[in-house]
Every structure is written in structure tokens, then in C-alpha cells.
Design a protein around this ligand. Structure first.
Ligand SMILES: Cc1cc2nc3c(=O)[nH]c(=O)nc-3n(C[C@H](O)[C@H](O)[C@H](O)COP(=O)(O)OP(=O)(O)OC[C@H]3O[C@@H](n4cnc5c(N)ncnc54)[C@H](O)[C@@H]3O)c2cc1C
Length: 178
């Protein structure tokens, strides 16, 4: 929703959101859909991308899509989209944005094998937001998965207090006479 609305605000004549289920299954918030429509976003429901089409110079020229129909509900409880054979068509486009979800950035975590991660690749912390590496703290999306700015800010404040406590205790024990 953010990508298509931002594309429109950046001056795209047409900004189209292609979604493989129908409006009823959209995970976006209702007011987001409403505001997107007010901004002039076009919704194309029950279509799934098959291929990004390029021209001879390597520039994108469109997307090949296939029409879908809804079958029985899947594990998410939403009706499963099923491809309709022979329904492929091309949608001309200057830019195609793939915006179908988020996951943890593996750059940092891949280079720190001592950092304990959960099964989704997010960093595990204790209640004080300390990671498996003593003195290293984490919070926000890399710990929670995709969440909100408010929760990330809360984690930041919580981590700051924990870091302060951790350093005070460390300094105190370093000063203690042996
Ligand atoms: C499309 C979209 C729309 C959203 N809309 C909302 C909304 O309306 N309201 C809301 O509350 N939340 C929204 N969110 C969620 C919100 O953006 C996040 O929860 C929040 O930004 C998490 O903050 P963070 O500081 O944990 O992570 P981030 O904001 O992702 O910050 C992490 C930073 O670390 C940097 N980084 C990563 N790896 C390294 C590295 N190895 N070295 C140095 N820097 C690195 C990244 O570049 C990034 O700047 C949205 C998220 C998305 C993707």
C-alpha cells in the first residue's frame, strides 16, 4: 500500500496495485484502502504476476499477469487463489515494484554467528533486551519481526535503560577492591 501510494505521489500517471486475492481478503487496513482509492490508486484484484517483461535494453516494459479465482480457505483462513489456465495477459508498466512482505535483514546476523536468532531470523533478547552476546542489546523489528514505530521506540528506551544499568554494574564491579 505504501509503495503504490508513494508511486502515485511521486507523479505516476497511473499507479496500479495488483493483488492475487479479492478485496475481502486484503490484509491492508480498511482506511488505507479507502485513502488509496481517494488518491487515485487503481486496484486490480484476482491477478498474480508471472513475469516482469523487459525490452532489448534491459528496461522494464510491463508485467505478465494471470487471472485467479478463489478456492477453499488455506492455512491463513483466507480463500486460496487458484490460477485460471489460459488467462494470462500483459500489463504495460514503466516500473514494477515487488512489495509482498518483509523479513529480517540477514547482513548483520549472518556475520555474527554468536548472535542467537529465532526461526524467522530475528535476534533473541532477554527481558532487558540483551542479546546472546553480553553487552550487546537489540530491539525493534529485528527482534519483533515487522511491528510498529511505537514499539521500536519503546524498545529503544528500554534498551537504553538496560545499557545504563549494565555499564553501571560493570564499572562498580571493576572498582571493587580485590
Ligand atoms: C512499508 C511499511 C510501512 C509501514 N508503515 C508503518 C506505519 O504506518 N506505522 C508504524 O508504526 N509502523 C509502520 N511500519 C513499521 C515500521 O517502519 C517499523 O516497525 C520501524 O521502522 C522499526 O524500526 P527499527 O528501528 O526497529 O528498524 P528500521 O526502521 O528498519 O531501522 C533499521 C536501520 O538499520 C539499518 N541497518 C540494517 N543493517 C545494518 C547494518 N548491518 N549496519 C548499519 N545499519 C544497518 C537499516 O538501513 C535501517 O536504517 C511500516 C513498515 C513498512 C516496511
Amino acid at each position: 500500500m505504501d509503495a503504490v501510494r508513494t508511486a502515485r505521489r511521486l507523479g505516476s500517471k497511473r499507479a496500479i496495485l495488483a493483488y492475487r486475492r479479492s478485496r475481502a481478503e486484503m490484509p491492508a487496513r480498511a482506511e488505507e484502502v479507502h485513502h488509496a482509492e481517494e488518491e487515485g490508486i487503481e486496484f486490480m484484484f484476482l491477478v498474480s504476476p508471472l513475469e516482469i517483461l523487459g525490452d532489448r535494453n534491459g528496461w522494464g516494459r510491463g508485467v505478465r499477469l494471470q487471472r485467479m479465482e478463489l478456492g477453499a480457505p488455506d492455512a491463513s483462513g483466507r480463500r486460496r487463489p487458484l490460477p485460471i489456465p489460459g488467462s494470462e495477459f500483459e500489463l504495460p508498466a514503466d516500473i514494477a515494484v515487488v512489495a509482498i512482505g518483509t523479513r529480517a535483514n540477514p547482513l548483520l546476523t549472518a556475520t555474527c554467528p554468536e548472535l542467537k536468532l529465532n526461526k524467522w531470523g530475528n535476534i533473541e533478547t532477554d527481558d532487558n533486551q540483551m542479546t546472546s552476546i553480553p553487552g550487546v542489546f537489540a530491539g525493534g523489528d529485528i527482534v519483533r519481526g515487522g511491528a510498529t514505530v511505537i514499539l521500536a521506540m519503546g524498545d529503544g528506551k528500554n534498551a537504553a535503560a538496560s545499557i545504563d544499568k549494565y555499564l553501571r554494574e560493570k564499572t562498580k564491579s571493576a572498582k571493587q577492591p580485590t
